[in-house]
Structure formats: structure tokens, C-alpha cells
Design a binder for this molecule. Structure first.
Ligand SMILES: Cc1cc2nc3c(=O)[nH]c(=O)nc-3n(C[C@H](O)[C@H](O)[C@H](O)COP(=O)(O)OP(=O)(O)OC[C@H]3O[C@@H](n4cnc5c(N)ncnc54)[C@H](O)[C@@H]3O)c2cc1C
Length: 541
């Protein structure tokens, strides 16, 4: 049994839906894992109730995600679990790459300041899930049904029909929209007879989470061919509770059952950590990895999110982070369609926006896995030569690939100035009198218009903003004054970095979607442009 965490057990409760004919619900989520719970909480923050069905009675078990990326942290802050994350998570921005017995280079994933969240926080996946369960309970709109196993799914006309097995026997449900977040072995995917395309890797990895008192810094350390594990790779990460994640590559022929035994694991760890270091095993497992996805994530009224839609190797921490960002993308759209503010065709943009993001994740994690596990002598020689060069020559560092770490997906060209459609909003610190905040913490709820100014608003400017607020009641405005603006009154860009991050001067305007992504960013405010862009963003034209 693990020593630092005791899985909560959530009770099975019989639902009134189990008596009588199939009940109908607007949204059902299959899977109360990391992604299904994120979707349930996101929908609840938007006032959308959901039924969440999970075949288990607890949060995740064993060694799973630990690295939560900046964008995921920003989403979780929006969903209301930011404070818990900050109190428990281990913050890191820096990493080191070693080859054999020396450090090749160090890197910093977030060298610039002015962001609320770091590049990464390490946290055991079960904590995040437990906090999402608690948050869902607080919001009161998600009906979490434990030990409810979905056994069959059918699309019937404009409904989705499900059969669910429980300790009291099976029952049926129908819904308008089904979110399949039931993980890599998705029953929903099997029921709809859908298959993954992609690559399965043969190399096996030992993942050991160990409890130890150690003074290594909170950084990601990756070794190629280290003296303590010759010919293979190793990875070290700090987690909360004095738990350390150690990944050791084992090769293709390793026997998982044998390699999991403490008498095999402990000598490997002692070789790495030193004979004198005291540690206890928390979890030990042996994994292989896949990099693959469904052709489409939307099938009629069924949407696949997270591991049910795509799988990646853990190098780069893209699996859970990618899934959380799927939920972030889909939930506001579903909420807008359900309350009649958006056209149904808006839901088509889920595939358009999340398939390229999944492809980017798959591409990076496939390349990392190829670099880490060379398949023949020639690729190994190339890899080792690259590592040798990287110690001296910065250009070679770009070729070293121990995992390109998860970043928010940005459509091509969207990152250029001014920020293009689809860019995730960059954060920046804000100040109002003595009060401090962050831009992303002010971008909550619905569509938001950001107006940048360098002085008190003129009558014409105020008039335009008032006009937009009148014609679009769902559009909130945030006026942000420049650093040098005296008596700003409202929020001020206190470090003077807004123009550089958004690429627009004072007088510029940005329209932001409810998922904190840019609809459009313009050097001047034109009401017709904003109205047309909002309509397009809601698939109303
Ligand atoms: C060793 C390892 C390390 C990793 N490290 C990272 C990392 O650092 N960062 C990162 O972002 N990702 C990481 N990942 C990936 C991450 O763990 C997954 O991508 C993430 O768990 C996917 O979440 P999910 O909700 O889609 O699926 P899951 O977490 O698998 O959840 C699926 C849920 O559906 C339920 N379910 C399944 N079938 C049914 C059914 N028929 N009916 C009802 N319920 C059902 C399950 O009980 C479960 O609760 C790692 C994975 C591994 C294995």
C-alpha cells in the first residue's frame, strides 16, 4: 500500500434514473478521470449540469501524471482549484540534460517574468482528481455516479443511448451530447467501432515513485547513457510529499513481471541514488507507450476527449495536459450551444482546433521517444554525437530531444504580432491601487473585450465600449491602462509588458473567447469588426 496517499472511496448511490424508462439528460460524461472531471467542473462553472459515470469508486491509482503545464494550471485556476495547486504542487521551470558522466546543458522553460503560473508544477494526478471531485460537489451541478460502468453506446436519431451497469444491475440513459473521457481503453470507442491510428513503442520503462529526503533542486533531470544505468536513459522529478519520480528505460526485452520486483528495483535505484541514500518504494510499475489518435474526435453527438481520443508517450507531459485542454476547448462551446447563443456548427470547431493540437503532441512525443530509444546502431551514433556536440555548441542543443515539454497549442501564425485567432492569451500582472491581480484571473466567464489605453477614456472610446456592451450583453469589458497612465482608476499594466505580449498599441482591442483564447486582436477598436468576429466565434454567420 502507498504511504503518502490514501485513495478516497466514493459511495455508490442508487439514482432515481434506475427506476423506470430511460431518463434523458443534456450532457453525460463517461469517465471521472482527470479529463472527465475537468469537463464536469468546466461545464458546472458555466451553469451546465452533467451526469458523470465512472466504473470505479475512486480517483486514479498508482504512478500517472505528475507534470502539469502552465496552460493546465491556468485552466485549473479558472476552474477554482488554483489555491490548492499552489499550496501543494512543486514548482519548476528549469531542467538539466546529462550524457554519460557529465551535464550537457541546462535550460529554463520560462525565463521571462510576469506570469502568474510557472512552466510546470509537479503533483500526483490523484490530488488533482480529488480536488476536482470536491470542486464539482461545491458547484453542485455534476451528478457523479460511481460504480456506474458504461457497457454500450448507440447513436439513435438526435440522441445518444447508453447502457450502464451498476451493483443493482443495468439501466438505460439517453442524452443530447456524450463526452467520452473513459481513457485509453474507451468502451465508448469500442461501442462505436472506432480505432486508433499510430505507433506502438516496444521499449519498456520502469517507473518508480520513491519516498526519500533529498536536497536535489526542483528541476527536471534527464540522463542519456548514465554510468549508473549504462546504455539506457533515466529521468528524475520531485513531487509533493517527499516523493520522487524515477523513470528508467529497460529496453525491449525486459520482462515486466520480473523488473517490478523489489529485488530488481532496489539495486537499480541504489546505483542511481547512492548506497547511503535511504528511500522507500511508493509505487513501481513497468510501462510501454503508444503515440496514436482517432481520425476524428467528434462522431455525431459523441465527443472524445483525453486518452480516449489520443495517446502519447509521457516524454513531454502531453497526455493529461492535452486532455485538460480538450475539455477547456469543448465545454464553453457546448454551453453556448445548449443555451442557444451559438449555432450547432460551432461544435465542428472542436475537431478543427483539437486535432492539430493532438498531432503536435503526437509528433513531439514520437520524436522524443525515437531520440531516447534509438532503434539501431546508426541512430544511436547520431544521437550520441548530437549529445557530445550539445555540450559545446548551442545549435546542437536544439537537436537533443529528451521530451519537448508541453506548451499550449498555438495555431500556425497565431503567435505573430498582433496575436492571431486561436492564440492562448498571454498572462500579465495587473494593479489597481494597492490591489494586485493577473490578467487571466480577470478573464473569467464569458467573452471578454480588452481595451488598452494610455490615458482616461475619451467620450468616443467610452461610447464605443458602451455600444458593444448594449448590443452584446454577454460581452464584458476590461479596460487596461498603460504603465505610465496616471490616475488610471481601473486595472493597470503595472510592468508595461502588454504591448509586447499582445502586439497592439494603446487604443488597441482584443476579443477573448470564454476559454481565454484570442478571437481577434486589433490596433484600433472598430465595433463592426468586433460584432462580426464575435458572431463568427459563435458560428452565427
Ligand atoms: C507513467 C505515466 C506518467 C504520465 N505522466 C504524465 C505527465 O506528467 N503529464 C501529463 O499531462 N500526462 C501524463 N500521463 C498521462 C495521463 O496520466 C493521462 O493522459 C490522463 O490520465 C488521461 O486522463 P483521462 O481522463 O483521459 O483518462 P483516465 O485518467 O484513464 O480516466 C478514465 C476514467 O474513465 C473510467 N472508465 C473507463 N471505462 C469506463 C466505463 N466503461 N464506464 C465508466 N467509466 C469508465 C476510468 O475508471 C477512469 O476513471 C502519464 C501517464 C503515465 C502512465
Amino acid at each position: 500500500m502507498p504511504k503518502t496517499y490514501k485513495n478516497p472511496r466514493y459511495p455508490y448511490r442508487r439514482s432515481p434514473d434506475q427506476d423506470g424508462a430511460a431518463s434523458h439528460h443534456p450532457v453525460i460524461i463517461v469517465g471521472a478521470g482527470l479529463v472527465g472531471l475537468t469537463a464536469a467542473v468546466d461545464l458546472a462553472t458555466r451553469g451546465v449540469p452533467s451526469i458523470v459515470l465512472d466504473d470505479d469508486d475512486t480517483v486514479s491509482f498508482g504512478s500517472r501524471a505528475i507534470c502539469f503545464s502552465k496552460r493546465t494550471l491556468e485552466i485549473y485556476d479558472r476552474l477554482g482549484i488554483g489555491e490548492k495547486l499552489r499550496a501543494k504542487g512543486v514548482t519548476w521551470n528549469r531542467g538539466k540534460v546529462f550524457f554519460q558522466d557529465r551535464m550537457v546543458y541546462a535550460f529554463d522553460l520560462l525565463p521571462e517574468g510576469g506570469h502568474c503560473w510557472p512552466a510546470f508544477m509537479n503533483l500526483q494526478q490523484y490530488y488533482a482528481e480529488q480536488w476536482l471531485v470536491e470542486r464539482a460537489a461545491d458547484l453542485g451541478l455534476s451528478d457523479l455516479r460511481w460504480r456506474n460502468k458504461v457497457t454500450a453506446v448507440r447513436q439513435v436519431g438526435d440522441r445518444v443511448a447508453l447502457t450502464v451497469d451498476t451493483p443493482d444491475g443495468p439501466y438505460d440513459l439517453t442524452c443530447d451530447y456524450l463526452l467520452a473521457a473513459d481513457g485509453a481503453r474507451s468502451q465508448v470507442r469500442h461501442s462505436l467501432d472506432l480505432r486508433f491510428d499510430g505507433q506502438v513503442f516496444q521499449d519498456r520503462f520502469l517507473i518508480a515513485d520513491v519516498i526519500m529526503q533529498a536536497d536535489f533542486p526542483s528541476e527536471r533531470w534527464f540522463w542519456f547513457d548514465p554510468p549508473f544505468h549504462p546504455g539506457q536513459s533515466a529521468l528524475l522529478h520531485r513531487q509533493p510529499d517527499n516523493v520522487w519520480r524515477i523513470d528508467l528505460q529497460l529496453g525491449r526485452d525486459a520482462d515486466p513481471e520480473v523488473e517490478k520486483q523489489p529485488e530488481r528495483v532496489v539495486p537499480r535505484l541504489k546505483a542511481m541514488l547512492g548506497e547511503a541514500v535511504d528511500f522507500e518504494l511508493e509505487w513501481v510499475s513497468v510501462y510501454t507507450f503508444q503515440c496514436r489518435r482517432l481520425k476524428r474526435f467528434r462522431h455525431g453527438r459523441v465527443f472524445f476527449l483525453g486518452d480516449s481520443a489520443h495517446q502519447v508517450s509521457p516524454f513531454g507531459a502531453r497526455g493529461g495536459n492535452g486532455g485538460v485542454q480538450d475539455a477547456d476547448n469543448l465545454c464553453w462551446k457546448l454551453a453556448a450551444v445548449l443555451d442557444g447563443r451559438a449555432g450547432e456548427t460551432l461544435l465542428e470547431s472542436y475537431d478543427r482546433e483539437r486535432i492539430p493540437a493532438a498531432d503536435e503532441n503526437i509528433l513531439h512525443s514520437t520524436r522524443s521517444t525515437d531520440f531516447i530509444t534509438p532503434k539501431n546502431a546508426a541512430t544511436r551514433a547520431f544521437r550520441d554525437a548530437t549529445l557530445e556536440l550539445a555540450a559545446e555548441l548551442p545549435f546542437a542543443r536544439a537537436l537533443v530531444n529528451s521530451g519537448r515539454l508541453s506548451r499550449a497549442y498555438c495555431p500556425p501564425q497565431a503567435g505573430a504580432a498582433p496575436l492571431g485567432p486561436g492564440s492562448p492569451c498571454p498572462d500579465l500582472p495587473l494593479q489597481r491601487g494597492n490591489q494586485r491581480s493577473w490578467l487571466l484571473q480577470q478573464l473569467r466567464g464569458d467573452f471578454c473585450g480588452l481595451y488598452f489605453t494610455d490615458g482616461p477614456l475619451s467620450e468616443a472610446e467610452s461610447g464605443k465600449l458602451a455600444h458593444l456592451a448594449e448590443v452584446h450583453p454577454d460581452l464584458r469589458h476590461l479596460v487596461i491602462a498603460g504603465q505610465r497612465c496616471r490616475d488610471a482608476g481601473g486595472w493597470q499594466d503595472c510592468e508595461g509588458i502588454l504591448e509586447a505580449r499582445y502586439g497592439v498599441p494603446p487604443g488597441g482591442y482584443a476579443l477573448i473567447r470564454p476559454d481565454q483564447h484570442v478571437v481577434g486582436c486589433w490596433p484600433a477598436l472598430d465595433c463592426n469588426t468586433v460584432t462580426r468576429s464575435r458572431a463568427r466565434a459563435l458560428a452565427l454567420e
